[in-house]
Design a protein around this ligand. Structure first.
Ligand SMILES: [Zn+2]
Length: 337
């Protein structure tokens, strides 16, 4: 019979008051460890009534600002500071985080393409299943901190999905304003749905905010500050952090939107990518975005990738070596309700 409940067990009790830390135990029987489990770090800070929040990072293992920021917030937050409950999943795809890779080295799983997950699947599908079926039903909010990872660099940005319900949309924009990243953007849900945590949150009626903080496989100072201070401002806004915690005011954020395929520039050829613009630049429709040089045939004229519309450059590809189909840039344009 198919498994219907998660095999992952938690060392901590999410319904207990106070601050607890421990591991989610994902059973993993392998050559070096017959009865072993994968230790996914988890923490919970509960204090009476208030919003129930899942704070997540390391959904992709090579995105570091969120992992460092949430770990610091965890260490610096005590039960008396909290109203309601904070659950910390600081390195959600823990095998990927341990390896410093986007996807899991065990099953090649991309956690943010694995929802709703599968309790009988590989380790990544099992983590997704646990988040969607055990953690999200206990939450009002999920804040999932991503960065550009190894292949992209972003202007530090908060992000949310476009909501049909005006009240939910207004609340999502208030969260982005409180987060206070230099830029924020509203993204359309893809046609036909997707397998992201954002889609899982939507299915479970959980309010979601995400981020894209820096990237390039490194940790950038400004993006880390945005994450650390921004997450506290968001928790304060929703009433999950008491007035005793000092929270710096939000810097102004520039609100953009990302809609449709023409916001993205892809490599039409493989080769060496020469970017012609940088993140934060304003570009025009038809402007040259980058050049792909053919180092296998250096006498061949290089290919040029163009921006298909005007906008602000939110992210660019970091590695020079590029294959056909790799994303080189994506744009944002001023938000329209
Ligand atoms: Zn990510």
């Amino acid at each position: 019979m198919a498994q219907t409940t998660s095999r992952i067990t938690s060392e901590i009790d999410f319904n207990r008051e106070g601050k607890q830390v421990g591991f989610l135990r994902l059973p993993h029987s392998v050559h070096r460890s017959a009865y072993g489990w994968i230790p996914i770090p988890v923490a919970c800070i509960g204090n009476g009534s208030g919003p129930r929040v899942l704070l997540m990072a390391g959904n992709h293992g090579d995105e570091y600002e969120g992992q460092v920021a949430l770990s610091r917030v965890l260490r610096e937050t005590e039960a008396a500071d909290v109203r309601g409950r904070l659950v910390f999943l600081t390195s959600a795809n823990f095998p990927a985080a341990l390896a410093g890779t986007r996807t899991s080295p065990i099953d090649d799983g991309n956690l943010n393409r694995s929802f709703p997950g599968d309790p009988d699947g590989g380790v990544t599908a099992q983590i997704a299943f646990y988040i969607e079926h055990v953690l999200l039903p206990q939450c009002d909010y999920v804040f999932d901190l991503h960065s550009g990872g190894s292949s992209l660099m972003y202007v530090p940005s908060g992000l949310c999905r476009r909501h049909d319900d005006p009240a939910r949309m207004a609340h999502a924009l208030a969260l982005l304003t409180a987060f206070g990243a230099p830029m924020s953007y509203v993204a359309d849900a893809p046609q036909g749905g997707d397998r992201t945590l954002t889609a899982a949150a939507s299915r479970r009626g959980v309010m979601h905010m995400g981020s894209e903080l820096g990237g390039g496989g490194t940790l950038s100072i400004g993006a880390l500050r945005t994450a650390q201070e921004g997450i506290r401002r968001v928790l304060r806004l929703i009433g999950a952090l008491g007035e005793g915690v000092a929270v710096p005011p939000a810097p102004a954020t520039r609100l953009l939107q990302v809609r449709g395929a023409d916001y993205f520039v892809y490599a039409g050829d493989g080769g060496l990518f020469e970017p012609l613009v940088d993140v934060g630049d304003e570009v025009a429709a038809g402007q040259e975005a980058g050049i792909i040089h053919f180092h296998d045939t250096p006498w061949r004229e290089p290919a040029t990738a163009l921006f298909r519309r005007a906008g602000t450059v939110l992210c660019k590809r970091m590695p020079c070596r590029t294959e056909r189909g790799d994303c080189l840039f994506h744009l944002g344009t001023p938000y329209e309700a």
